[in-house]
Design a protein around this ligand. Structure first.
Ligand code: ADP
Length: 176
């Protein structure tokens, strides 16, 4: 029997960087379970249901990728679904420290689960959900960063939120 990997994330929203990691993982492992955290300690733009629905639609026809939500510890979820690997993506150096810390903590909790981090593709190095949210909140073009259905969902969500949308998007350096 092949190895099952869990690819956990917030996916607020899912973008081409995430999609690339999930697809490359599916080329290595028997099955990749893309698992959206239910209630991360972050301020989110989309509800758990909306984040999950977008991820589901993106991988709808992929034979080796399964999508689900989860809550609680990632290692507990891995044990529930019999996954031996946690799949993650690495962009820039700053990701490394965070991923390293989490990998060691997860390993302490459940030593038999391994973390496998794939290095991003060059064209996705800068891409994050935060960047996507900020550009979309200001009416910028995110078509090279997210699939069309995510682009539409972003437009709908910011319209729905009106002026409140800005408060859900952290200020960085993309404005002014
Ligand atoms: P989290 O809150 O766990 O960081 P994210 O949804 O932001 O959740 O990211 C999930 C995983 O996808 C993380 O391992 C993250 O490093 C990875 N990831 C995010 N953006 C990219 C990208 N552009 N290229 C490769 N991996 C990425």
């Amino acid at each position: 029997m092949g190895i099952v990997a869990v690819f956990p994330g917030t996916f607020d929203p899912i973008h081409y960087g995430h999609i690339d990691i999930a697809q490359r993982g599916a080329a290595i492992f028997e099955k990749v379970i893309v698992a959206a955290y239910d209630k991360p300690l972050k301020q989110l733009l989309f509800s758990p249901e909306d984040r999950l629905a977008l991820v589901r639609t993106v991988f709808d026809n992929h034979p080796k990728i399964i999508v689900t939500g989860y809550s609680g510890l990632t290692v507990d979820f891995c044990r529930q679904v019999n996954a031996k690997v946690i799949l993650r993506g690495l962009r820039v150096f700053s990701d490394f420290e965070h991923e390293f810390r989490m990998a060691l903590a997860n390993h302490r909790l459940v030593p038999e689960i391994e973390v496998c981090a794939l290095v991003t593709r060059e064209q996705h190095t800068f891409l994050s959900s935060t960047t996507v949210r900020e550009i979309a909140s200001l009416g910028g073009d995110v078509s090279s960063m997210v699939p069309p259905l995510v682009q539409e969902a972003l437009a709908r969500r910011f319209k729905e939120l009106g002026g409140d949308g800005q408060t859900l998007v952290p200020m960085t350096a993309l404005r002014d």
